[in-house]
Design a protein around this ligand. Structure first.
Ligand code: FES
Length: 173
């Protein structure tokens, strides 16, 4: 799809005000579309492109992505909702995903989770006032034999304990 397509530069608004994809985002999404016969298949790539630049994907961003892909916003929203690492609300600079599935549950994730909340002074789903961390629960991260497990941004941390979790968090400014 060409960048000349008037629909593909649609400006939409939501509570965050006017929204328009940057030229770089637009190009990257169009490039991703070239890899697939059906533009729908590029939806997750497009969501990741926008999230990489903006940390999260607003309703207006969903509409803008849908316009570029030439599909309904509801379809894009459906994909975004399905992937638990696409954030539909603002998040901090670093996102801590705490596995709360059975393997981690049995290995003491609750104490680790409580310690994180104590250290950061926030509840699950909240962001620290300095915008440094957002804490969210997540389903099994596929490393149950090394539970409890945290995913911070792209880094997986294994066998985290209430005692060592502060040192883990210190790695993220
Ligand atoms: S249960 Fe936590 S990684 Fe599988």
């Amino acid at each position: 799809m060409s960048t000349d397509n008037p629909q593909s530069k649609m400006i939409v608004t939501d509570r965050g005000g006017p929204f328009i994809l940057s030229d770089e985002e637009q190009r990257a999404i169009e490039q991703a579309m070239h890899h697939y016969e059906d533009a729908r298949a590029a939806t997750i790539d497009a969501l990741k492109i926008v999230q990489k630049n903006r940390r999260w994907v607003s309703d207006a961003a969903i509409e803008a992505i849908a316009a570029v892909l030439g599909i309904a916003a509801a379809e894009v929203d459906g994909v975004a909702t399905f992937y638990n690492r696409i954030y539909r609300k603002p998040v901090g600079r670093h996102v801590i995903l705490v596995c709360d599935s059975i393997g981690c549950h049995l290995s003491g994730y609750e104490q680790v989770y409580a310690r994180i909340q104590e250290l950061l002074g926030i509840q699950p789903g909240q962001t620290t006032p300095d915008d440094r961390f957002t804490v969210l629960p997540v389903v099994c991260l596929g490393a149950c034999d090394r539970a409890p497990v945290l995913l911070i941004d792209e880094d997986t941390h294994f066998q985290v304990t209430p005692e060592n979790v502060a040192a883990v968090l210190e790695q993220y400014a």
